[in-house]
Design a protein. Structure first.
Length: 328
């Protein structure tokens, strides 16, 4: 089948972008070849183990991606979200924004296999970054080079997660401030928001948009009224347990349809709708909706590499945990 010149040009540009990602992967003391000699079969081992879980439960991909995001936005990508609370400290995983995280068992399983293969070599922070990438790829998402060499942090504080993680009701101003404070761009903000193309949410994370939003018994005017009616059918007032798909119809597949929904004012969270309140983020939403995600896969890969380098510990900082849930 003949390929149009326009499509060929697009494919060529995407290949050029992908090849350039390896250059990004060498920054901040990280390297895509970090374990080349110390644990040469690492990526194969991680992917093989992750596949066992994603094949049985594809929705775990969204959870693992979210876990990586929540890790990096608090103290940097240091695996602190994986640590258990102790009698003297409530850890990040027990903070309100993290109570719905799932997939710790997947990370622990991968760590156990890797420890048998290369004991004391690979950090939990690196494993989480690799697991998130592989899980996304297994449900149709893009591949990206994961630079490794992170070391694990030894501190995890619940209130820091509450302070630093952008809430689902965030407006565009607070979202931009949050991302920019971590060295991420406005483009990274709108691109990484596209992760909401997979996964589900509890009604409690957005039901404020459905009932008495302005104190007059109304729904959020920025939410499509027909979508609001549909959501009310699934989420009754004060519903704390029911869940809905974030990307109805394809919540198990990583695709560009999130942007089509947002452009139609059907983004589930206020933070989704907020992307229409800034000219740059709105332009990106409209572009991806109109072109069926022409550049989304490449953009997402690049933004994930950038996010994965937030506040990393390298060299002699931190440690290599023997178990991801406890410090050595």
């Amino acid at each position: 089948m003949a390929i149009s010149s326009k499509l060929f040009s697009l494919l060529f540009l995407q290949l050029m972008f992908i090849s350039s990602l390896s250059n990004i992967a060498e920054a901040d003391g990280l390297s895509s070849r970090f374990y080349q000699y110390t644990c040469p079969g690492l990526e194969y081992t991680v992917a093989k183990t992750v596949a066992l879980y994603i094949k049985k439960q594809p929705t775990l991909a969204a959870s693992l991606l979210r876990m990586h995001f929540h890790d990096c936005f608090v103290r940097g990508c240091d695996g602190s979200v994986l640590l258990n609370s102790t009698p003297n400290n409530q850890a990040e995983k027990d903070s309100i924004p993290n109570l719905t995280l799932r997939g710790y068992n997947v990370v622990d399983a991968v760590k156990a296999v890797v420890e048998k293969q290369c004991p004391g070599v690979v950090s939990c922070a690196d494993i989480l970054a690799l697991v998130a990438r592989d899980a996304v790829r297994m449900i149709g998402g893009p591949f990206w080079e994961v630079p490794t060499g992170r070391r694990d942090g030894t501190v995890s504080i619940s209130r820091e997660a509450l302070i630093n993680l952008p809430p689902p009701f965030a407006n565009i101003s607070s979202l931009k401030t949050s991302f920019l404070s971590l060295g991420l761009s406005v483009k990274d903000l709108v691109v990484l928001s596209g992760a909401h193309t997979i996964g589900v949410s509890k009604c409690s994370s957005f039901s404020n948009r459905l009932y008495n939003f302005t104190g007059k018994g109304d729904a959020d005017p920025k939410l499509d009224k027909y979508y609001a009616v549909a959501l009310k059918g699934k989420c009754k007032p004060n519903d704390q347990k029911s869940i809905v798909e974030m990307d109805p119809g394809s919540f198990k597949t990583f695709d560009e349809s999130y942007y089509t929904l947002v452009s139609k004012r059907r983004g589930l969270f206020q933070s989704d709708s907020a992307l229409l309140d800034d000219p740059d983020t709105k332009a990106y939403v409209v572009l991806q909706a109109q072109t069926r995600g022409a550049t989304f896969a490449v953009d997402f890969a690049e933004s994930m590499i950038s996010m994965g380098q937030i506040g990393v510990l390298t060299g002699n900082d931190g440690e290599i945990r023997r178990q991801c849930s406890v410090v050595n």
